[in-house]
Design a protein around this ligand. Structure first.
Ligand SMILES: [Zn+2]
Length: 319
């Protein structure tokens, strides 16, 4: 039995049509955890969908209305890169409910995972790159509204920049920062109650990267040791500036060298070290961690599943 809860809806399925996105990974992760004896059925909690009120803590009434009534424009659906359906909306509301529940569990147990979360490309008023609504942002705002936390830090290690999350929590009046000319770079911007960190491959989607509180732009092909050194720099700098009540860790598996949508060169072992580092840094400061898998598109989906399950094992070792 695990010392924390895994949030997982057995029926969770993202109906996003023909796509490189491995929608089977959620089912495979649950199966792998049970088959390997990492978790038992008693370790899983089934979430309820988020309410519209929860989603409206982050997303605009106009966008939520369009999603609820199926009235996205053609260009909005094109930008989403997934065909609209009522089932798609229900799946994302369920995912956001799961991340809220996992946040609640993390504050109680020190660590928790929502096995289907991490949709960081969703903005307040639109979705991008398969991401309809931003489950992590919804969970943070709901936990703040309930008085459970005042502050949070997102540590986004998906290979793609957390553009939606940065836009949601960024300071709008901040002058748009120009991209530094040399890679790698670490760029700092102002933050309020939610401190966003994004460690990403610079020359990758999304083209427009609104400023996070800390952005680390990495060059193509970076490997384990250099990546981990930049992660350490980012977290050290983040904790010097900010003391969060909760860390939301987006443990994307797409910095993996065999990933079809990523251009970094981390190994499975390097990604394990990354997870260990984040949990150790949080544990040393007594900060609970809500973790979500975010992206992962390895040529062999079993690698994606292994990397995500390793994140859960790293949480186990540090809980
Ligand atoms: Zn990604």
């Amino acid at each position: 039995m695990l010392p924390f809860k895994l949030v997982c809806a057995p029926s969770f399925y993202l109906p996003i049509g023909q796509s490189v996105f491995p929608v089977s990974k959620y089912r495979l992760m649950c199966g792998h955890l049970l088959e390997q004896g990492i978790a038992g059925p008693e370790d899983f909690l089934e979430p309820a969908p988020a309410s519209d009120e929860d989603v409206l803590l982050v997303h605009t009434p106009e966008y939520v209305r369009k999603l609820r009534t199926g009235t996205l424009s053609e260009s909005e659906e094109w930008q989403l890169e997934a065909p609209y359906s009522r089932e798609l909306v229900e799946a994302y509301w369920l995912c956001a409910g799961g991340t809220i529940l996992a946040g609640d569990c993390a504050l109680r147990d020190g660590v928790s995972f929502n096995l289907s979360g991490g949709f960081h490309h969703a903005f307040p008023d639109h979705g991008e790159g398969f991401n309809l609504i931003n489950d992590v942002a919804v969970a943070i705002r709901r936990l703040q509204q309930d008085g459970r936390i005042k502050t949070a830090m997102t540590v986004d290690c998906d290979v793609h920049h957390g553009n939606g999350t940065a836009a949601i929590f960024g300071i709008q009046s901040a002058a748009p920062s120009r991209r530094p000319e040399r890679l790698p770079y670490l760029r700092e911007s102002p933050a309020r109650d939610v401190f966003t960190i994004s460690l990403h491959q610079e020359n990758n989607y999304p083209a427009w990267k609104p400023p996070s509180a800390i952005d680390v732009g990495l060059p193509d092909g970076m490997g384990d040791d250099e990546y981990l050194a930049w992660l350490e720099k980012a977290l050290t700098s983040g904790f010097e500036r900010f003391q969060p009540d909760l860390i939301c860790y987006l443990a994307g598996s797409d910095p993996y060298r065999e990933d079809l949508l990523g251009g970094l060169a981390l190994t499975i072992e390097g990604l394990k070290r990354r997870d260990e580092f984040v949990f150790r840094a949080a544990g040393a400061r007594g900060i609970p961690v809500l973790a979500v898998p975010a992206g992962g598109y390895a040529a062999d989906v079993r690698d994606t599943v292994t990397i995500h399950c390793n994140t859960i094992l790293a949480g186990f070792r540090h809980s």
